[in-house]
Structure formats: structure tokens, C-alpha cells
Design a protein around this ligand. Sequence first.
Ligand code: NAD
Length: 264
Amino acid sequence: MKLQNQVCIVTGAASGIGREIAITYAREGGKVVIADLSKAAAQVVADDIVKAGGTAMAVAMDVTSEEQVNAAVAEVVAAWGTVHVLVSNAGIQIVHAVEDFPYSEWKKMLAIHLDGAFLTTKAVVPHMKQLVNGKPQGGSIVYMGSVHSKEASLLKSAYITAKHGLIGLCKAVAKEGGEFAIRANVVCPGFVRTPLVDKQIPEQAQALGLSEDEVIKKVMLKNTVDGEFTTVQDVAEVALLFASFNSAALTGQSLVVSHGWFMQ
Ligand code: NAD
């Protein structure tokens, strides 16, 4: 068990990649917190984990609200004493060409991806810094980046800007966290079939004048080595590696998991 009794908050865990990370962490002995906009949706995932023999709780959290983030983290600490792992994963996608991007939607994208990562980090770090037997407890923060943390594609300026920004935040947190045994890393997946991607396929088909099949083959998977989607399990395995690695040899890093779409 790689995360035995570790308290792990996963944001956006009611769906897709976050859900799979929570299930994987619970299988490794973690006490997982399913944090999402809707507590009812988060509770469904928590109940599934408990039914499978794991330990989970659900909290309502809009990651763009400082009040909700702090209240949810306080609820977790009241229940389970501390936080060892944060996966800042909540995210959405909005696609437009730059000149058509409504400013309100640009700000919403940056708020969810960047403000959300900042606010959740800010809320958990004091718990990771607390002294246990005279030493800082420590912890691991995993940011959900993307190939778009490193590379650009058409119509995704806000997403690309935010995902690049997470690498900066990660490096800053890794530096500041060093003396407190707090590590920070970024997972950078290629396309994964989740509701976030399923919504984009028809939108991109319309914007680019392609069929949906062409969007998948000629846009999303064109540069992979094997024409395959990355899976939620692939991403969860990397998130597990970052969460459970047992020294600061692995901090301030970003790892692309994308079937070779982007090679660094
Ligand atoms: P998803 O739509 O399946 O899940 C996203 C979850 O985030 C949902 O449960 C949603 O309710 C939650 N969420 C949205 N806004 C929130 C907010 N303000 N506060 C709290 N929760 C909120 O999407 P997914 O594909 O699993 O995406 C998860 C993360 O992975 C995102 O950060 C996304 O950018 C990233 N990512 C996805 C892909 C992909 O191809 N699917 C690739 C690279 C990176």
C-alpha cells in the first residue's frame, strides 16, 4: 500500500480523471476526499469507494471560492486531522479563437485552473508544514496540467495559458516547500475520453469544419505514436507516483503522459 492512511484531497473528483485518481489512491490505502461543485455527485464516488472497501468522504468545493476551499479543507481536517496529498485537478475547457474569446470566459478559465490551484495549495500547505514529532509533516501536491502545459493547439488560448501557468506555480511551491518536505509536481496528459473531451469533439468539428471522426483522428490523436487516447488509468498511475514518491528527488517536475503526442 503506497498511501496507507494518507489524507488525500482530489478536486474535480466526481468525474473523469479525478474520479480515477481518487479510486486509485483509495486502493493504495489513502483516505480520499472527493471534492467537487456538487456534494451529491461527489458523494456518489465516495460511496462507490467505500463499497469497494476504501475510505472516502465527499465535500462541496468550488475551487474558485476562497471561502468554500477553506471551509472544505477545515471540514477534512476536523474529520481526519490533516492533509498529506492534494491533487488540484478540477478543470473545464472552453474553445474560441483569441479574437472571439469572451473576456468573461477567459477569466472563468483562469479562475478555475489557476486560482483554484493557488487557493487549494494555500489552504493545505499550513497543515503539511505542521510539526509532527519535531519534524515538518510534509506532503505532496499534484497539479493536473496537460500537454497544453508545454504545447499549443488551435482555439485553446485560455486553457494553454492556464496550463502553462501551473508549471510556474508548481516550481514556486516546490522551492518554498523544500525545507518542509512538501513536494509539487505536474501531470501532463494527452487527450483522455472524459466528459471534458466528449464535449469538445462536436465543438471543434463545427469550429474547424471537420467531421467528429476527423477531429479525433486528424486533430486530437494525429501526433500520437499509435493513434490511441490516453486513459484515466494511465493518468492515475502517474498521479500515484507523484503522490507516493518518498523523497524530494522528485519535485518541481512535470511528466507528459500522451502516447508520444508531445515529446520533451
Ligand atoms: P471532467 O469534466 O470529467 O471532470 C472535471 C471535474 O471538475 C467535474 O467533476 C467538474 O464538476 C469539476 N469542476 C469543474 N469546475 C469546478 C470548480 N470550479 N470547482 C470544483 N470542481 C470543478 O474532466 P476531466 O477530463 O476529468 O478533467 C480533469 C482535469 O484534467 C482538468 O484539469 C483538465 O484540464 C485535465 N486534463 C484533461 C484532459 C482530457 O483529455 N480529458 C487532458 C489533459 C488534462
